[in-house]
Design a protein around this ligand. Structure first.
Ligand SMILES: O=C[C@H](O)COP(=O)(O)O
Ligand SMILES: CC(=O)C(=O)O
Length: 214
């Protein structure tokens, strides 16, 4: 098992995927991996989410696929059963914390406030999603969190794209950044996998260039 920091460290960015058509799961995952993005968050927002996690786990060995939008213990168990290597939640509940405590699959819970962050720390979890990032104060809020909590790391998500990613990458607490901008619905509808790979490469190049110069 890898822990959540180890997984997120391998992700230049984390695409947050809402897969409507199960037939898209494997070519989409391959397109992202080909573009240099191996860590994929497949949300349970669509009925295809769980079977997509299973299909990608089986057919795309270079992908590290996790589940997103896991909102209760039942989802957590189904996500693990489908082969998720990590689990992401939009928020933090006791049910999720209890499910994660009994599992070897790492949980990356969403937090938006200092109190939620402290609740995660009470349960030994110090690698978190910051969600919804832009609506919750953005990079300025994360920078402020680092004062009292210098050892907590984040994957901010929500409202982030190449237009503002640098604000987050500049923070030491940011391991990587998540978002849906890599998979616009028009590209998915057109099954334009080369277009997805191009967007992935563009994001990877951007992050690499930023990290190289800083
Ligand atoms: O975590 C999930 C979000 O829905 C992704 O946010 P975004 O669409 O603003 O990138
Ligand atoms: C937003 C988020 O964290 C999720 O859907 O898992």
């Amino acid at each position: 098992m890898r822990d959540s920091r180890d997984i997120l460290s391998q992700a230049p960015v984390v695409p947050v995927l809402a897969i409507e058509n199960l037939d898209h799961a494997i070519p989409l995952a391959r397109a992202l991996v080909d573009g240099g993005i191996p860590v994929l968050e497949v949300t349970l927002r669509t009925p295809a989410g769980l079977p997509a996690i299973r299909a990608i786990s089986e057919a795309v060995p270079d992908a590290i696929v996790g589940a997103g939008t896991v909102i209760n213990a039942r989802d957590f168990e189904a996500a693990v059963d489908a082969g998720s290597r990590f689990v992401v939640t939009p928020g933090l509940t006791q049910g999720i914390l209890d499910a994660a405590a009994d599992s070897s699959v790492p949980l990356i819970p969403g937090v938006a406030t200092v109190s939620e962050l402290m609740r995660a720390l009470d349960h030994g979890i110090d690698c978190l999603k910051f969600f919804p990032a832009e609506a919750s104060g953005g990079a300025a809020a994360l920078k402020a969190f680092a004062g009292p909590f210098p050892n907590v790391d984040f994957c901010p998500t929500g409202g982030i794209g190449l237009h503002n990613i640098d604000d987050y990458l500049a923070l030491r607490s940011v391991i990587t950044v998540g978002g849906s901008w890599l998979t616009p619905s028009a590209l998915l509808a057109a099954e334009d996998w080369a277009g997805v790979t191009k967007l992935a490469r563009e994001a990877v190049d951007h992050v690499t260039a930023f990290r190289t110069k800083s």
